[in-house]
Each structure stands twice: as C-alpha cells, then as structure tokens.
Design a protein around this ligand. Structure first.
Ligand code: GLN
Length: 537
C-alpha cells in the first residue's frame, strides 16, 4: 500500500490547537493498527526554534536524534508513543537554506531561482519524505500558521500540488476553524469558517473534512450550513468542543467517527475496531484522583504555560500513575529571595527547579534548592535546575563559597559548572550544545537505580555546560553523590543526596520522554515522594 497523506490546515485564527487535533487523529488511526507518524511545517523563517525565546513560541522540544523543534512535536510523541525526528519539523528557514545552498553549489544550472517552482518543489519534497520507504501507512502533516497569511502561501500551494499529484484516496485535507459564540446575539457564527474555507479554495485546495473549534455544541442545522457552503459532506463537519483535558480530544473526535470518515476517504479497511483501552484507563485516572499534592515549579518563564509544556504534561502523567492530582504552583524565580523563600514555598510538598538559559532568576533557583535540601522537601532539578542544586551544595555544604557557573560568571575562579570543551572535543562532540539522547550509566543501589529499575538509561539533552569533573571529589566528600554518568565523557548526568528523602538533579530532560502510557519514571517517583511527604508533614 502506498503511504497516504493527511494535511491539517488552520483558518480564522492561530492557537486553535491544530497540533492536538492532528495528534488525536493520529492516535485514532494508530489504535486501528495503522503505522502513523506526524510532521509539522512552520512558516517562520528561523531555521529551527532553538534560538527562539520561549516567550515567543513556548518550549523548544528536543527529539531523540537531537533536533530542536516546535512544541507540537511533544504532543505528537505523547499521543503516539513514537519518536519523531529531525525530518519531522520543517520551517521556511530550512526550506530556503536548502534551496540557497543548492543555488550556491550551482545545482540550478544558471536558472532564475523562484518561489514557484523551486521553493514549492523543496516543500513538496519534504512533505513526501517521511512517506518514502513504506515505513508508515499514514503521514499526517500539520501546516502551521493560518490560511490567508502571506507566509503560509507556498505551503498551501505545495499541498495543492501534492493533492493534484496523488490519487484521491491517498490524500486528505482537514481544515480546522473556529466557530465563535457571540454572547450579545446568543449565537454561534459560521461566517469566519465560510470565509476561511473560501480562502483555502481560492488557493486551490478543497478540504475534505472541516473541524470546528467551538465553546458550545454545534447544532445539526449549523453543521449542514457549514457543509453546504464549504463543499463537504455534512458528516464531515466535526465539532471540536472544548474538553476538560487535551487527552480527551481523541475520544470526542471518535464519537463523531472522524477516524471512520478518514478510513473511508482513504479507502482503508475499517474492520479493525480501534483499541483505546490504555488511553481510556489513563483518562479515568486523571478524572478520578484519590489524593492531591502541591508541587512548586520554580522557573523564569512561569507566566507562560507553554514554556514548560512537557514538564506540566509529565506531572499529569505521573499524577495519573499515582492516582493523584498534582497541583503545580508556578513560582517566578526572579521573585524568590533569601527572606521570602520560606513563605513562598510553604505548603509545597515537592519542588522542581526548571531548566533554562542565562542568568535571570538563577539566585532564586539557588534559594529554592537550598530550601528543599535543608527542609527535606522532595526535589527534582532539571538541567539548569540540577546545575543550580550543585552550586548551592558546593557553596553551602562543600566549602566552595565562590562556586559559580561559567555561564553566569564567565571569569569565575571556581567554575563548578563549566564548558568542558576539551573533554567534549576528545569525545568527538563537534557542537558546543549537547542535543538529543545520550546514555547514562547508573550507580547500583542509588535512588536513580531504584527509580529507573535499571543501570543504563537514555535520556535527551539540551545544554552546553557540565558539572566540572575537577570538583567532583570535593562534592562527593561532602555528601553529593554522582549516581549517573555519561560512559564516554564521564560527565555527571545524575546527582543525589543520600541523607535526604528525595533529592535528585539530572543534567538531561526526563520530561521529553514522558507519555500517558509510559510516564517518566523520575516524575512518577518524584510525585510519589511528594505524596509521601504530604502524608507525613
Ligand atoms: N543553560 C544551561 C546549559 O546550557 C542549562 C540548559 C538547560 O537547562 N536546558 O548548560
């Protein structure tokens, strides 16, 4: 069977949740036994979101093979339980980079290089790439941005050409729109949907399915109206009403037979009933917690919920695994001081110090680490959070009062956290940023060993600085244990305190691999420790 393509476009406004719709559909098709993957095409000019401030675009999600990508790829992995890769996130910047490099190398043989056909050809090549080699039955492609935007035009044109080229049963277009409710008129309005579909049609693409985001149920008459004016069958107008949780979206779409409609359009055998038992069980557990626990998330981007997306999702997964609801309290690290830390963290049964870059808010993170260590509150430090826990320990427990991170004070005489360039080069690492999955060897009998239940793990990284190996003997002597190491470089990957109920810092990002069906062991154990702390204090 040739790989089939499903494109998801968006209209009316951004932030409608195309990523969740795409991921939900993928989940439903996967549950019918099909091999499905998802990719995202973003119209911005950044080559990847690695350099984007999280305030601009939320979290930068890192794949197993080390690509810095859009946070929607996190949703794809969480819903599907499969890894995405470098090829799964394409931006205008990447497309132009390839075309310009080819032009410089003379590949266009003196021709004028233009948006059409050269840019659109490159988009098309990339759209179809994951479908090569019959690895997948279905490739779902989310086209970022909103139809009608200047910058998304070449992408829609490429979709048009693919739709033209492929057999009808091998290509489906789903358009996601908004049906707003006007409180003054007490009415749902379909006009923006009609206009946005018309815009898409003007650009040459006919959607097969229309998914309407709405706050209120869409009456049948309105669905019929959308169907008539947008040129689709009435049963292909799907209501995507706000759900309690993103994880319920697949079930809502299934109730309206979106997967059945797709199977039909793609001429796939729909005899296999989707198996969503594990997923439903997970939802049951999120909806029926038996206990509740407060956990502080100390970071500098806490105002924006998307900045720590994977961490927040990991808490939902870990909460469900513990039959508990985790109430996450975002704490702006810039506002934490030695004087107020006790008051701000009072009542918290666990403290997570978040990843990050640069010096803003690091002092507050250090106060939070100290508070957790001294008050025996369960602690999880991730990446910069682990580095700050090490600095705090070095300064206040290991007799290195001047301990610093070279990221924050480059000229420091005590670079406990440092660049370690030489060691990285010796280990054959070319880029200064360590990205993607690396192995950690775990010490037998450590907390990390207990948490993971094994002696070797592969977790994802995104950082430049490392715990400086030269300081490890002093730190260890004072009681900080290095219980996970990179087997090639010897760099510390996991640190813990043995005389503390649960104090663990990791150089990697366990949140990037957590899914509802396989929660990250570190998060599950951290929530369990927080529940234990709550029941005993
Ligand atoms: N800024 C730190 C480093 O580069 C930590 C990065 C992170 O938290 N992702 O090493």
């Amino acid at each position: 069977m040739a790989t089939k393509h499903v494109f998801v476009t968006g209209g009316v406004t951004s932030s409608l949740g195309k990523g969740i719709i795409a991921a939900s559909l993928a989940k439903l098709l996967q549950a019918r036994g099909l091999k499905v993957t998802i990719q995202k095409f973003d119209p911005y000019i950044n080559v990847d979101p690695g350099t984007l401030n999280p305030y601009e675009h939320g979290e930068c999600y890192v794949t197993e093979d080390g690509a810095e990508t859009d946070l929607d790829l996190g949703h794809y992995e969480r819903f599907l339980g499969n890894y995405t890769s470098k090829a799964s996130n394409v931006t205008t910047g990447k497309v132009y980079q390839t075309v310009i490099e080819k032009e410089r190398a003379g590949a266009y043989k003196g021709k004028t290089v233009q948006v059409i056909p050269h840019i659109t050809d490159e988009i098309k090549r990339r759209l179809l790439l994951l479908g090569k080699g019959r690895k997948y039955d279905i490739v779902i492609t989310e086209i970022g941005g909103t139809v009608g935007d200047i910058e998304s035009l070449p992408f829609i044109e490429a979709v048009r050409q693919v739709q033209w080229k492929l057999a009808k049963e091998n290509c489906v277009v789903i358009h996601l729109t908004l049906v707003p409710y006007l409180a003054a008129a007490k009415e749902l309005k379909t006009k923006p949907t009609q206009h946005s579909v018309r815009q898409l049609q003007q650009e040459g693409v006919n959607p097969d399915v229309i998914v309407c985001r709405t706050e209120k149920p869409l009456p049948l008459a309105l669905r019929r109206k959308v169907a008539l004016f947008c040129n689709v069958r009435p049963h292909a107008v799907i209501e995507a009403i706000d759900q309690k949780s993103i994880y319920e979206v697949p079930l809502n779409l299934q109730r309206q037979n979106l997967d059945g409609i797709l199977m039909d359009l793609l001429k796939l055998d729909d005899k296999v009933e989707p198996n969503l038992d594990a997923w439903k069980d997970f939802i049951h557990r999120i909806n029926n917690p038996t206990q509740e626990v407060n956990i502080a998330l100390v970071g500098k981007y806490v105002e924006l919920q998307d900045a720590y997306k994977s961490i927040l999702e990991s808490f939902i997964h870990a909460g469900a695994a513990n039959s508990a609801r985790v109430k996450v309290f975002p704490i702006q690290s810039e506002h934490l001081s030695e004087e107020n830390v006790k008051e701000k963290l009072a009542g918290m049964k666990g403290i997570l110090v978040a990843p990050g870059f640069g010096s803003r808010g690091v002092d507050g993170k250090i106060f939070a680490c100290k508070y957790a260590r001294e008050h025996r509150v369960p602690f999880l430090g991730i990446c910069l959070g682990m580095q700050m826990a090490v600095l705090e320990f070095a300064r206040n427990a290991a007799g290195i009062p001047g301990a610093e991170s070279a990221e924050i004070v480059p000229q420091t005489g005590f670079p406990v956290i440092d660049l370690m360039e030489q060691e990285k080069q010796q280990a054959g690492m070319t880029d200064t940023m360590r990205l993607g999955a690396y192995q950690s060897k775990i010490t037998r009998g450590s907390l990390a060993h207990k948490v993971y239940g094994k002696l070797s793990v592969k977790e994802r990284h995104r950082h430049r600085y490392e715990l400086n190996n030269a300081y490890i003997p002093m730190l260890e002597k004072a009681g900080l244990q290095i219980t996970g190491r990179n087997p090639k470089t010897g760099f510390a990957e996991i640190v813990e305190l043995s005389d503390h109920p649960f104090f663990i810092g990791v150089q990697f990002h366990p949140e990037l691999k957590s899914t509802p069906e396989k929660p990250a062991p570190l998060f599950t154990a951290f929530v369990e420790a927080a529940l234990h702390h709550a029941n005993n204090t």
